[in-house]
Structures are given as C-alpha cells and as structure tokens.
Design a protein around this ligand. Sequence first.
Ligand code: 2RA
Length: 353
Amino acid sequence: MSTRLPTLAVVGATGAVGTVMLDILSTRENVWGEIRLVASPRSAGKLLTVRGEEVAVQALAPEVFDGVDVAMFDVPDEVSKEWAPVAAARGAVVVDNSGAFRMDDDVPLVVPEVNAEQVRNRPRGIISNPNCTTLSMIVAVGALHRAYGLTELVVSSYQAASGAGQQGIDTLYDQIAKVAADRTLGTRAGDVRAAVGELGPFPAPLALNVVPWAGSLKDDGWSSEELKVRNESRKILGLPDLRVSATCVRVPVVTTHSLAVHATFSTEVDADEARRLLASSPGVVVQDDPANAEFPTPADVVGTDPTWVGRIRRSLDDPRSLDLFLCGDNLRKGAALNTAQIAELLAAEFTAG
Ligand code: 2RA
C-alpha cells in the first residue's frame, strides 16, 4: 500500500530565510510529496531549485493553499497576520516564522528539542517558530532547565547582520568595503560614521562597531528584541514567571547569533556535570577547552545546525548559577531549520494518520 506524502507550501521562498529553507529541504530526509514555492507577485514565475529540481514560484493567493497540508511562512509580520489564517482556513497547518502569533495563547511556540508535544496543541491551525535570538540559546538552556530547574536568565546577545534580512547583509558588506582600505579609521569619534555613509537597517555604523540595539522601541527603554527573548523563553519553557533580563546587541558578523548567558537554577550546579549533560543533549555541541583556544565563534559555527556551547563556568558568587557562551546559526536553527523540524513533526503525523 502506498502512502501519500504530504504537500508543503513555502511562503517567502525568495527571501534570506526562504533561500536557506530550500537548501535544508534539499538536504534533509525527504518527507514531502509536492513542494509549492510561493512569494509576492513580483517574484511569480521565477525558477528556484529545491530537491535538485527547478520549481516556478507562484504568487501568494488563496488558491495556492488548496490541497496543501503544511504551509511554512517566512515573511514579515503583517503578511503572516493576513495570510496565515487564509492558509489555515483552506486546510493547511501553518508553521509561521514571523512574530505575528508567537504570544497568542491559541498558538503554540515550538522548539522540537524542548516542547515537541505542543505541536498537537494548535486550535487555530497555526504553530509559531520562535525568534532567532531565543532559538539560538533555548535548546541548551532547555536541557539545563530539565536538570536543574531554571529560575533566572541574564542574557547579552551578539547578533549578526543577517538577522535584519538581506538588507542587513548588504549594508554590512558595503560598509566593510568602505572602511577596509583606511587604516586611520576607528581612531577619532565619528570617523567611522562619516566613512560608511548609509546605515541601512541599523541605527549606527555596524562595520568597526557594535550597536546596542535590535528591533523597535518598547516601554521603559526595552527593545522589542529584548522582550521577545524574555516572553518567548517563558512560553517555550512553560515558566510564566521566569526572571529574564536581556540586552540585545548587533555586531559586524554576517550570520550566526551569539549569546553570553548567566543562568540561575533552583539547585546547585556543577560545571563538569553541565558540560556532560549538554554534550548528550540533542541539537547541542559542547566546545569548551579555553586552554587550547576551543570555544564557539560565529565564524566557525555558521552553516551548521546545532547550538554550540562553550566557556561553561559555575558562578564564583552563586553555586546555583552557570555562565556560558552560545552560538547558533540564526538563519538555520534560528529560523529555517526549526521551522523545517516542526513541519517534519506534522508530516509524520499526516503520514501516520
Ligand atoms: C534580528 N532576531 O536579529 C531578529 C530577526 N528575527 O534582528
């Protein structure tokens, strides 16, 4: 007896995350029948390669969801807000990578290594994928929480330009080209700003700089990105009262977000035990031998799937706290890969059922 493989739609197939998604769909085990590629009308007809075959992009319209079992959305919040319910009404389960539904009580926020069971709890037919900054740390933090019981997170992020999309990547490369030849830059206040010209999506120069800002301004000086780390960590871990303080910073890295994490638990912790525990956790790699310059950096982690963890230390002042440094590719696990993993859970459900 042959089983019909589910039909997948990839909405936003031409964007920065969509491009990584096509690569991921082409290299992971193939669990899909038809794959439909969908984008804005201006990309309609464009040919993209997925699973070694050229597929023509279709314009976003209600009918493209007819017969679709799972629809992945990698589009801006306002597009998801309008079109995810349309896809769900036409019978597709939506896996949405925007911020439109993440905090909706009727939409689960899923990281398969942490709360896979939530995939079935989807009254609106929509499942949300967390923000890339949360995703870059939560697999490792979730494993530590299961062992020790998390009570507080203090986090500083070092976020890559690609978190701001293709425009962020282009801006960083353009700025690097402008500053590369002048070895006097970075010695006088304002010289880098004058040299780079266009700031693109960033509020200050990114080349030769770090920028303590990502997202939009919210109450009391917090950024939307910092609130996402707090609210999403609480929801994914099922800890509505978790104490979380985040400072999100953009750094001149193309792709791969890093985070310095100070995590406090309800019991005393041991760094060697935490290292062993993390090393045996799915989706986590431990690289932690500073004597031999072994720790994760974005330049070495980019293009890989796991969360890389290093610099694991027990706090000198609190035996219940660990300090660690994490790196995760923000376009892979931070976006496309987690979406693909959620969709694969759905594919298994459809294929079994
Ligand atoms: C950023 N986390 O890095 C955002 C993208 N979703 O700007």
